[in-house]
Design a protein around this ligand. Sequence first.
Ligand SMILES: NC(=O)c1ccc[n+]([C@@H]2O[C@H](COP(=O)([O-])OP(=O)(O)OC[C@H]3O[C@@H](n4cnc5c(N)ncnc54)[C@H](O)[C@@H]3O)[C@@H](O)[C@H]2O)c1
Length: 455
Amino acid sequence: MARKFIMSYSDSLVKRISSKDAKICVVGLGQVGLPTALTFCESGFDVIGHDINKDLLEKLNSGISPFKESSLEGLLETNVKTNRFHTENHIVKAVENSDIIIVCVPTPITEDARPDLTSLSSVCDSLSQISLKGKMVIIESSIPPGTFERLVFTALNKKNHVGTDCWAVFVPERLAPGQAITEIRTTPRVIGCIDEDSGLIAKSLYEKIVDSEILVTSIKVAEISKLVENTFRDVNVALANEVGLICEKYGIDVKELLNICNSHPRVNLLHPGPGVGGPCLPKDPYLLLNPEGSDPIQSKIILEARKINDYMPIHVIDLISNAIKEQNKRLEEATITVLGVAYKANVSDTRFSPSKEIITNLVKKGCSVFVHDPLTKENFGGQTVSDLWNAVSQSDILVIVTDHDEFKKFDLEKIQKTMKVPTIIDTRRIFDRKEAENLGIKYLAIGYTKKPKHK
Ligand SMILES: NC(=O)c1ccc[n+]([C@@H]2O[C@H](COP(=O)([O-])OP(=O)(O)OC[C@H]3O[C@@H](n4cnc5c(N)ncnc54)[C@H](O)[C@@H]3O)[C@@H](O)[C@H]2O)c1
């Protein structure tokens, strides 16, 4: 019945989507919103971008990409030039001139790890005051379970009737920064809906950009699935980190251990690292455990995993302190060069980056900290270096926190020759340990400190 209604409605949204005449408005032009907007442009849709950050809109209008993301710059330049993508300061105007509104605003957590839905509430508040007749609202932001029904659905239903005169779905974004443009197209997409029509319309839209499976499910399953995916990864990283810490106690190399363990057909352990950062993994487990409108859910393993991952930067500082002591120096006298500020390889994003904790604590302890990251100007209170090798020559320890491709090309022999007491703490295992040790470099890593405490 519902399906018939859509197909027979001559000016239906499905038809406008099919002919790509439907106008799309993306609200929130960050790491998710901008790649999403430009992907729809590339597919032939006109997109209006709205954001509360006016400086960002100005930058975008000039075709300047606000962050580093593979192939984004070119897409932005082209689509601004052709006017396929343009921005609009006022949300009401942007929405009124669109058929489809895709919301990609941030959903962070507060200091006490509770969901902060301020941005989403503000957008919903605006949408609640606009007639959405014939339009579809899509929420792509990650949200605590229950948020769609309690916040979004309630707001949209104030002036409209979702399912008859407008439509709404939750379509969680699953992209990884750095590969956003590719992953929007290649990762299977999940559509959560309350009514069948909304699901059908949204599916017809995402079919235009996704070359993979599109799974339609209930709102609740879609909400929870997104958060469970990231929690799965966070817990697995925590296990890897814990295994790394155990290896240090036993005085073995975690890398060697993983080679052995992962040869088992049903074992696939990750590598330990300096901590978990980025816009999703450190906060999505908390969104999962804090349903909208209900009491928090207790989960020992998820919260413990968060604690382990949060502890890892402190552990890196301990490794640094011990290595400095071994050089018969005090931290206050030490000079450290940190390679990498971004939270992961080849991106400029520094949100929740382990580098923050590491650099700020070292600076607090009186260390001189040189910082080098080719992809971001952020230095978290350290001193950005202009001449890296000069900084390395003055440093007691070289600490690798981010595994940018550029760092992997560094010549160990040059490091050995440049440093007074060549010492590397390679938290991402970008260098070959044996090669470093053969050159006489003191090489330390998470899961490799060569100091057995248990015999
Ligand atoms: N970044 C990722 O890799 C990623 C991946 C999957 C899902 N997500 C989720 O997607 C959502 C967006 O994340 P992001 O990384 O793109 O955030 P972001 O901080 O990079 O971008 C959000 C943008 O929204 C704008 N904004 C904030 N409040 C607004 C408002 N009221 N109206 C209009 N614009 C507003 C901000 O100015 C900013 O430009 C979050 O829920 C996040 O958890 C992010």
